[in-house]
Design a protein. Structure first.
Length: 444
């Protein structure tokens, strides 16, 4: 059962140090980091012409935030406040359920100390708001498991769950798998309270469809399909073009419409050489025959597929980074653009120190600061230990949102990037200590 918190405003006290540290990052890298994707979305905001290539909901969120001040810093400040508050609230929740009083401060120290979190929160990427939503959603799942599902019967609890599920579904193209998959798991596990999970599921679906339907139509969003799975197929096919696998003339004809050449550029860790040299036809890659060809190739030569899958998904399961691999971290500056957006550090001396610390972290501490397998294994071990100790095997449900986010990446990502699994690190640091030390130490 939930115990009393040592302070009514504990969540706020936990959030303040994170806001402070991350605000220093913002000042040092003012007004935030923007990649090509960020610039593209900013241009959509300025012209009020939106596409859903990157989730239009995220672009619209940034547009709404910048009505107060048209600067990337406005978005970053909102991200800093939102992530700090959600993490502070989450730490207060685990504290209320019995975590030692020192555990939240240890987690805060990790969040503040690691440049991966400080640099990620100042990026204008959809992955930041998405990760914030996943963390909040997972904290609610935690409360459900710790109360044997009873929390959902509290007033408006199911509505809160449905709203956060909808945000998860809206902020990234793979979000619906995470949101609706998790709610279906709750519906199956806690069948006695099925109507509450059904209410949350229906509410999330209505919000998701309502925004992607009538709201997008009203705003004039051009619903261009984002080639997500198709990109994964072409990445896999690139591997096959560099093997001894035989292609028919018809199959070669299909591939030439997508990209010229018999042997496509291939790197199992990153998609850049294949997609971004001006030769790749993204429109042609949407051909449904590509999925059929991929299935045929896997059947024809499964060994090549397994080699690609193992290498492509290594950032999900391998603690240390493979030698010679490519792994995208962050871009803590604004790339050259025609929109007049430039980086102007307000704390150049601090920026030099942070640059040095970031460089050192990428070299010596990459496995714990930038890669997530160590943290996901730590969380998994903690949940197993807690499950054995408490016989509450439903505690494993807290893993569902991050697993639903990560597992598809193992087979359907064309590049390895920290931002894809940022939510996993946040949840793991937030909750691992609780599962290891709940009931072991008594300090109240």
């Amino acid at each position: 059962m939930e115990s009393s918190s040592p302070s009514r405003f504990a969540g706020l006290w936990y959030a303040i140090p994170l806001m402070t540290v991350w605000s220093i990052y913002l000042l040092a890298y003012w007004p935030g980091g923007m990649s090509n994707d960020s610039i593209d979305q900013w241009a959509q905001m300025l012209t009020f012409k939106f596409t859903d290539w990157h989730p239009a909901f995220h672009t619209l969120t940034n547009w709404l935030i910048t009505r107060f001040w048209l600067s990337p810093a406005t978005v970053v400040l909102t991200q800093i406040i939102a992530l700090s508050v959600v993490l502070g609230w989450g730490l207060d929740v685990v504290r209320r359920f019995g975590a030692p009083r020192w555990m939240p401060w240890l987690a805060i120290s990790f969040f503040a100390f690691m440049p991966s979190t400080g640099l990620m929160v100042i990026m204008l990427w959809k992955d930041v708001f998405y990760s914030i939503s996943v963390v909040a959603f997972t904290v609610l799942i935690f409360k459900i498991t710790m109360t044997e599902g009873m929390w959902i019967q509290q007033p408006a609890a199911w509505a809160c769950l449905g709203v956060f599920a909808a945000l998860v579904a809206l902020y990234r193209q793979n979000g619906p798998i995470v949101a609706f998959g998790t709610l279906l798991c709750l519906l199956i596990v806690y069948q006695a309270m099925w109507k509450y999970w059904a209410f949350a599921l229906v509410l999330a679906f209505i919000i998701w469809m309502g925004i992607r339907g009538p709201v997008y139509d009203w705003v004039g969003v051009h619903k261009t399909s984002s080639p997500g799975v198709e990109i994964a197929f072409t990445h896999l096919i690139a591997r096959y073009t560099n093997s001894d696998t035989l292609f028919s003339l018809e199959e070669r004809s299909l591939l030439r419409r997508i990209r010229p050449g018999e042997n496509w550029p291939y790197n199992c860790y990153m998609e850049g050489p294949l997609f971004f040299d001006g030769k790749f036809n993204f429109t042609a890659s949407m051909d449904r025959d590509l999925a059929i060809l991929s299935a045929k190739l896997i059947y024809r030569n499964p060994k090549v597929f397994l080699e690609h899958l193992t290498c492509n998904s290594s950032f999900i399961f391998q603690i240390t980074q493979p030698s010679g691999s490519k792994y995208e971290t962050t871009i803590p500056y604004i790339i050259p653009n025609q929109l007049g957006l430039v980086s102007e550090s307000k704390l150049p001396g601090v920026k030099i120190l942070l640059d040095h610390w970031t460089s050192e972290s990428l070299q010596s501490f990459n496995w714990i600061i930038w890669r997530v397998p160590f943290w996901e294994y730590l969380l998994l071990a903690g949940v197993i230990i807690y499950g054995v100790r408490s016989k509450n095997w439903k505690a494993f449900l807290v893993l569902v949102p991050i697993l639903a986010n990560m597992l598809p990446l193992a087979g359907f990502t064309a590049g390895q990037a920290f931002r894809y699994v940022f939510s996993t690190m946040l949840v793991s640091v937030l909750m691992s200590g609780f599962y290891f030390f709940k009931g072991v130490t008594q300090d109240d």
